[in-house]
Design a protein around this ligand. Sequence first.
Ligand code: FAD
Ligand code: NAP
Length: 339
Amino acid sequence: MLVWQQNASLKPFNTFGMEVSADWLVLIQDSGDLQELIRDARWQTLPRLILGGGSNILFTRDVEGVVAVIQTKGISTIEEKEDEILVEVQSGEVWHEWVTYCVKRGWGGLENLSLIPGSVGASPMQNIGAYGVEIKDVFVSLKALHIVTGAERVFYHEQCAFGYRESVFKRSEKDQWIIASVVFRLSKNPVLKMEYGDIKMRLAERNIDQPSIGDISEAVCTIRQSKLPDPRVLGNAGSFFKNPVIEKVLYQNLLVQYPAMPHYPVNDEHVKVPAGWLIEQAGWKGRKWETCAVHDRQALVLVNHAQAKGSEIWNLSSAIVEDVLKKFQIELEREVNVY
Ligand code: FAD
Ligand code: NAP
């Protein structure tokens, strides 16, 4: 039977560590809980919010209505072949634990996505990505329940409209579905992706020239731990902004003024510019703002230094957007979900 907590603190359920409350909080442990939730009059009539690990959300106010934290567990093989395996994972599984599960079994595809906080169920929401891999590369389908009727629907790859930190669940299907499970296709003969960031450097430091997927995972974890603040120590939600994709014409104009501007080609007309570089150039890296700050090792990450309010983080992000726009004529878009 579901336990309904009234006026519950959400501080333990968001990695920014915002002290906000929810009128009602329920922890969903299995499919029975999910059915009970959907039938409940409070869920049917009040505003609703679904949470996984709370690592991609900024709360700027208390939540009116019901917050359902998805904690359902379970990993099951759907189909196994000589060279690949299809596995269904329940949404409440912790993302990094799932990655570790695959790495231990020699199933390749997720190793570059090691140590991303959050839940499996949230991973398709923004098509999580790191070190040259996105979940769309291994995604087969997901099962979702309609948020009001509970009707089940399977979304296949092409129906999710995955893009750069994007999916249909952030656009046309926003707030319509509870993602219940995700099916992944993992490879037993993986092609390793090592071109990105400092992965090769880390492997060389360890004198590894024939890396396994475990070595890649270790390298990614080590690099991430050296750069990114641990939310258990310093509240944050990872990259606050997306890396902007800009027109080549604008990029070429900017290059005259900023010849060192890093960029990555996207297609013939567009290039991606690291938002962290733009923010640093605008003078924001490491800067304090009331009780929050721009992280001193990664300017894309905004951190809660003490008892920051969501509105302070929001105001800091707005000041950054304004300055970057003035300096580069590029409008940064927030990646984090703001409530
Ligand atoms: P939440 O924050 O709980 O929710 C995010 C959104 O998804 C909300 O809108 C919520 O309503 C919705 N949602 C959650 N679960 C469900 C569900 N089951 N059904 C329907 N809707 C749901 N992201 C990357 O892409 N790459 C990175 O490398 C990366 N690194 C990070 C590093 C740090 C230190 C931190 C703090 C964050 C990082 N992130 C990264 C962002 C974040 O970890 C991911 O976006 C992650 O997938 C969020 O999962 P979550 O369960 O915490 O989602
Ligand atoms: P980094 O390696 O310092 O690189 C800076 C930026 O340049 C990254 O954001 C990345 O874009 C881009 N980049 C670097 N090498 C690239 C290449 N070969 N091709 C295309 N783009 C390239 O980045 P970092 O901050 O340490 O993060 C490492 C990875 O973890 C990145 O993929 C980043 O997205 C991911 N990450 C994400 C979050 C989040 O919350 N979303 C938080 C921490 C780290 P992309 O971001 O597009 O990959």
